[in-house]
Write a protein that binds this ligand. Sequence first.
Ligand code: SF4
Length: 290
Amino acid sequence: MGKPAPARGAAAIPLFDAVSTDAGAPPSRPRSGAAPRAGHPAPADPGRAALALEAHARLCAAYHCPIAYFHALPPLDELVSSLLSHRTRNADSARAFRSLRERFPSWEAARDAPVAEVERALAGVTWPEAKAPALQRTLRAITEVRGGRLDLDHLAGMEPEAARAWLAALPGVGPKTAAAVLSFSALRGRALPVDSHHHRVAQRIGLIPRSLAVGPSHAVLEALLPADWTAQQVYDHHEVFMLHGQRCCIFRAPACGRCVLLDLCPEGQARRNGAARDAAPPAPPPEPGL
Ligand code: SF4
């Protein structure tokens, strides 16, 4: 996910269908050097937690943590931006976001406009005919739940898990979008988004099983991180895994020979020993409502 874009995300039609199965279940996390706090039991797999920390340390050294936040949008703007970015190039979703802002003086105006107008503003993103009504559904749902207000300012006063659950209860908001709103927006909350690059690296080094999809991987991967990490550290963790997936552990031809995780990575070892598949595996199927 590139820095200049106002949103990042990956999901597919059917758009914005809520995926609440994992988002509503608070992940368990280890608290480094301290007893687990209520609701955050000790890690079920300390070996994977240690692997996550070692990979984090190496990748942070390689990509120079702390990583600067790429913008500080209000949380509702971040939500809209994230929804537009599903399965869309960053440049295109950024252009569509700007177009929405230029065409409509407020999110209330976008919510209440004829859907065809919103769809025209979204020209350039994938599936504008689906994203326009889905976006309006989400905006209407927020207005209804907020008693007539269309903003997400109340999230600033909520605990991260409560805020995450609140967001994930909205139509079309899954675990990745909820985490993106909390982490990338001006809220600067403690939440771990997982995009396809992050997910691929986590699978290859063995943090999560191959069978675990992006959506449910959010809770599993966040549970591996120390509970006393700051929002910046959690953000860094996502960023460095994402960057590594973009620059080294790429989908079809990972550059294992120059990877700082090679000695930790079963996939890299297998490839090095010639045991990896000759052909790249098929791309994973898209998941709705991320
Ligand atoms: S060793 Fe290869 S497969 Fe493993 S993380 Fe590095 S680039 Fe990816």
